[in-house]
Design a protein. Sequence first.
Length: 481
Amino acid sequence: MKLSEQVHDEDRKLTFIEKLILPSGSFTGTFQFQMIQMFLLYYYTDIFKISAGYVAVLFLVARVIDAFLAPAFGMYVDKVNLPWGKYRPWFLIIGIPTGVFGFLTFTAFDLSAEGKLVYATITYFFYSVFIAIAQGPGAAMIPAMTKRLDDRMAVGIYSYVYVMLGAMIPTIGGLALIKVLGQGDDARGFSMFMAILAVVVIVQSIVSFIVLKEKYVIPKKPEEQQYGFKEMLMKAVMKNRTAIIALTFIFSLNLANGVRSAVMIHYLKYFFHNEGLIMLVGAVTLLPTLLGAVLSPMVTRRTGLRQNLIISTVVNILTSALVIFIPATELGFQVYLGLGILGALFNGISMPAQGTLMPAAMDYAEWKTGINANAFMGSLQGFMQTFATAVSGALAAGALALVGYQGGAAEQTSGAILGIQIIMTLFPAIITVLSLCVIWFDLTEDKQKQIAHDLAERRKQAEIAASNGDAAASANNALYN
């Protein structure tokens, strides 16, 4: 995109189509994540016939590599400029192979035992890596397209809806669709299901590349593109209070939710004696979550971004901690659902606001230091989410072992049940206290507008300088020709 084609008015609103397409990667990303989380272990062990021990090592090694590779890739993206844009080309470069390797990962070929191990390792590794590195350019596109808080809130709402849909479809209908497509052959069903998903992923990446255009990218001189990992980390992140707050908030929220989710089925099974209630809990809390997301812009306009996040965090802490006092009765379960509905409503109200934290940190870093590290910072956000997911599983498993939980037992001791209650309620509440770091978030709406205005002025000056440089070069060429 030519500099003269860039839009410099920071008040320009996104179109409806742009708001709809910009966060669409949340749907495909969440859908693929759910397929991996819910079905890949079963697919490898029961269909592809690979040992569970090998799969466990494969998953762990790939996750660790993903966590460190994503920020490194984000730093690379921030350093390069491709002819078709800074971030948008990566929708195609990453999106197409993601769809292909997703299909290959869930497609079984007639191979030897050793061949299966090699095939599974290669296909899953590349599939996992492509999913991980996609987060950087995807997150960087938001501040590159809009500086308006209301637009970012709207994008956050659409993103949250996409996440919910991406999680619900494979959870509720995934296995049934696989059975229908396979007609008695689960291997064929998985392959066909992932072939359909691959088409969706590829189409989404192509549409994103065509529709989305970067509007707020300051042209860089060659010497300005030589920032290394240390400079980006220290200047754009470690000295950026907003970035620290955003990353801490994201980590604590994902860690608390991960611990709670990991032991929820244990809690329902051994405290309320019915693990089947987990579907009811999920269904009942869905509507208030979506309602909260719809109400979020109105609430944020009235309370302000920071107050929205503080109030929602406090409600989250209280609704989690109060569950410890619920008795194991029918009335107790109804109270549990009531607290869950209240927590889900405020969680929905805060979700779009949470999505504005990292874009604000990206703008502040560029405004304060002159370093555009959007993809690097977006990748760090993905790293924190991935790291929190890994840590939450380890914490939950370790805590269960510590309280004397006996896996597969028909009954648990009273001490183990009390331990499960604490892990399910007080443990996440204590972790969520870290999210109150938003108290120190000081980028008000007015401050963010001022930053957007200043960055727009820099873009204008950069374009003028570039134009003058081109004119001088043309005059020099004419002089010697």
